[in-house]
Design a protein around this ligand. Structure first.
Ligand code: KG4
Ligand code: ZN
Length: 341
């Protein structure tokens, strides 16, 4: 029998410092420390994020190893997020990973953050078979990806401007909700009427998306209503949130249905922070129960940023002998189809 392959994975692309341990494809620990320092600024402040990563990374890694009951000398590799993300934040994770791998004399595995969101589906069964489609929706990305095999990905649709997570956050800000707005808006929407206020659906060709006009439409709608009723937002908050959420998810679902029609691929997954959204999860479930698609919805902890997704991607890359050289540098603008390192 082959000895087990154990990896430590580090994720530090934005405002979560995370570490996970994986042995032979099984996640043994998954520790996430979310930075609260940004909340009072209404968004992520890059300089503060890198300092917070520096402060948290040793403790987070130690916790992940401790929870997994793994000693450093048992590790066979270190996986880390090379990009995309914030340069300073990525640098902290990359330098830490390099130093640890060098001191233990084990390989480094560079992981693409967006690829990791998709491969989070390989963690627990049922796992999709190739080929499958993945709607990858986060704070910085909105993509429909055709996944033909491990490492064979093709973006068949994407946003031309804002990401859908950004649209959630900006609409929440217009309503005076705290950062990060997506989850707060989702919670309030569950008590509101999704059809209270019809909002525009942008007409974008093919499988692409646009969300910047939607955010402006919401701003003008709210300002117009406030002219006649200054406390319009306070009085109707749940209905406004439900209407915004319904429309944003409707935009995603229409494109996803079009993608299935075009590709004839009916295994459909969702990934990234917005995959935690209750309306999106409900609509995906409906497609499954109506017998249209076989859908794959990640556990909540694998939707928003985490290191378990980096661990599973790193594990498969190591099996494919895809290691990184020690002079590897972070790439804040790494695209999905670009090779890592
Ligand atoms: O994947 P993620 O954790 O970080 C990035 O890689 O960007 O995604 C963060 C995004 C934020 O825009 C956040 O508001 C959104 O995901 N988000 C949600 C929900 N949970 C997180 N948006 C809508 N509903 C949610 N429940
Ligand atoms: Zn992410």
């Amino acid at each position: 029998m082959l000895p087990p392959i154990t990896l430590l994975a580090i994720e530090s692309s934005c405002d979560e410092t995370a570490a996970a341990v994986i042995t032979d494809g099984n996640i043994l620990s998954n520790v996430v420390s979310s930075q609260i320092v940004h909340h009072s600024y209404g968004g992520v402040v890059p300089e503060l994020a890198s300092r917070a990563h520096e402060k948290a990374i040793v403790t987070v890694v130690e916790q992940a190893l401790h929870q997994a009951q793994i000693q450093k000398h048992q590790l066979n590799g270190i996986a880390f997020t090379q990009g995309p993300g914030l340069m300073g934040s990525l640098l902290v994770g990359t330098c830490f990973a390099k130093a640890l791998a060098l001191s233990l004399n084990i390989p480094l595995v560079a992981v693409n953050h967006m690829e990791a969101h998709i491969y989070a589906h390989l963690i627990d069964p049922p796992t999709p078979k190739y080929p499958f489609l993945c709607l990858t929706v986060s704070g910085g990305h909105t993509q429909i990806v055709k996944v033909s095999n491990f490492g064979r990905l093709e973006i068949i649709g994407q946003t031309l401007d804002d990401a859908v997570g950004e649209a959630f956050d900006k609409c929440a800000k217009i309503l005076g909700l705290p950062y990060p707005g997506g989850p707060v808006l989702d919670k309030l929407a569950q008590h509101g009427n999704p059809h209270a206020y019809p909002l525009p659906i942008p007409e974008i060709s093919d499988l692409d998306f646009s969300f910047s006009g939607f955010k402006t439409a919401v701003l003008y709608f709210v300002q117009n209503q406030q002219k006649n009723q200054p406390d319009f937002v306070e009085k109707n908050l749940n209905d406004i949130c439900a209407s915004i959420q319904y429309t944003l998810i409707e935009i995603l679902m229409r494109k996803l249905k079009k993608a299935v029609k075009q590709t004839q691929i009916t295994q459909v997954a969702i990934a990234g922070g917005v995959a935690a959204n209750s309306e999106l999860r409900k609509r995906m479930h409906q497609m499954q129960t109506q017998g249209h698609w076989q859908v794959f919805i990640p556990k909540f902890e694998y939707c928003t940023d985490n290191a378990a997704m980096v661990a599973i991607t790193g594990y498969h890359k190591l099996l494919h002998h895809q290691t990184a050289p020690f002079n590897v540098t972070p790439n804040p603008r790494l695209t999905l189809t670009e090779p890592t390192h």
